[in-house]
Design a binder for this molecule. Structure first.
Ligand code: ADP
Length: 247
C-alpha cells in the first residue's frame, strides 16, 4: 500500500537526550482501524515514542506523518487539532465535576469564551455527551462527581473526554493498569468499538490484554524496533525471547 493508506507513518524517528538515543531510527506504520500495541522492557523508549507523536518531545531526526501531514514541526495543540488524542497512564479527570460536566467541557468548541457560552448545552453537545457516556459505560453515572468513580471508571471517563474530541488516532499508555478483570474485559470491548472508526496505539505490559486486543505488536528494545507482527509471531522471535528472559 502507498503512504496515503496509512493513518500514521513513522520513519527513521530518532531522539537523543545528551547523546543518548532514547528512540533510534524507528519506523512503523499504522493502518486505519488498527489496534497497534507497543511492548518492550522498561526504558525501551515506548513512552518517548508517544511523546514524539503528540509533540510533547521534539524529534532529533525522522518523520511522523499523520494522514500524510508531517507532525514533527507542529505544536502539541495543532497535533490535537489534527486529530491525535493522547491519554497518559494516570487518569486526570476533574474530580469535583460530574461525569456529564467532564465530558461537556471536553467537547471542542474553539478557543473563544463566546463560543463556549453560545454552545453551552447546545443539542449537539448533549448528544455527543450522551453518546460518549454510553460508549465508555458511564450512562448511569452522568450526575456523579468524577471523584466518586472507581479507578477503572475514571480511566474510561478520560478516554471519553478524548473521544468527544473525535480523534482519528488515540494513544493510550497502559490503559488497564490497576483495573479489575471485568474492567479489563470491558476495556478490550471499548477499544474494539473505538477502532470501528479510529486507530489506536497502546503501550501495554499485560500480555493477556495484549492478546485480547492487538492486531499487530511492535516490540521495542533500546530505542529500536526488535520485532513486529502478530503477538504469536513476535512471541516466537528468538530476539524477543532473549530480551524478555534477560530482564
Ligand atoms: P519506556 O516507556 O519504554 O519504559 P521511556 O520512553 O520512558 O521508556 O524511556 C526511554 C529512555 O529514555 C530511558 O532510558 C529514559 O530514562 C530516557 N528518557 C526519556 N525521556 C527523557 C528525557 N526527557 N530526558 C532524558 N532522558 C529521557
Amino acid at each position: 500500500s502507498n503512504a496515503q493508506d496509512f493513518i500514521l507513518a513513522v520513519e527513521g524517528l530518532t531522539v537523543s537526550f545528551d547523546g543518548f538515543k532514547a528512540v533510534d531510527d524507528l519506523s512503523f506504520y499504522v493502518d486505519p482501524q488498527e489496534i497497534r500495541v507497543i511492548i518492550g522492557p522498561n526504558g525501551a523508549g515506548k513512552t518517548t515514542v508517544l511523546d514524539l507523536i503528540c509533540g510533547k518531545t521534539r524529534a532529533t531526526d525522522g518523520s511522523i506523518k499523520f494522514r500524510g501531514r508531517e507532525l514533527t514541526r507542529m505544536s502539541e495543540h495543532a497535533i490535537v487539532h489534527a486529530g491525535v488524542g493522547r491519554k497518559f497512564q494516570n487518569p486526570s479527570v476533574f474530580e469535583d465535576l460530574t461525569v456529564f460536566e467532564n465530558l461537556e467541557i471536553s467537547y471542542p468548541r474553539g478557543r473563544s469564551v463566546f463560543g463556549a457560552l453560545l454552545f453551552r448545552r447546545d443539542k449537539a453537545v448533549l448528544d455527543a455527551v450522551h453518546e460518549t457516556a454510553a460508549t465508555v459505560f458511564l450512562s448511569d453515572h452522568l450526575d456523579q462527581p468524577a471523584g466518586l468513580l472507581s479507578h477503572g471508571q475514571k480511566q474510561w471517563l478520560e478516554i471519553g473526554m478524548l473521544l468527544i474530541q473525535d480523534p482519528e488516532l488515540l494513544m493510550l499508555d497502559e490503559p488497564v493498569a490497576g483495573m479489575s478483570v471485568a474492567e479489563r474485559r470491558q476495556t478490550a470491548e471499548l477499544l474494539r468499538t473505538i477502532t470501528r472508526q479510529r486507530s489506536v496505539i497502546v503501550i501495554e505490559h499485560d500480555m493477556q490484554f495484549v492478546e485480547d486486543i492487538a492486531h499487530r505488536v511492535t516490540v521495542m528494545h533500546q530505542g529500536r524496533m526488535l520485532a513486529e507482527g502478530s503477538l504469536e509471531h513476535v512471541k516466537n522471535d528468538p530476539r524477543v525471547v532473549e530480551v524478555y528472559l534477560g530482564h
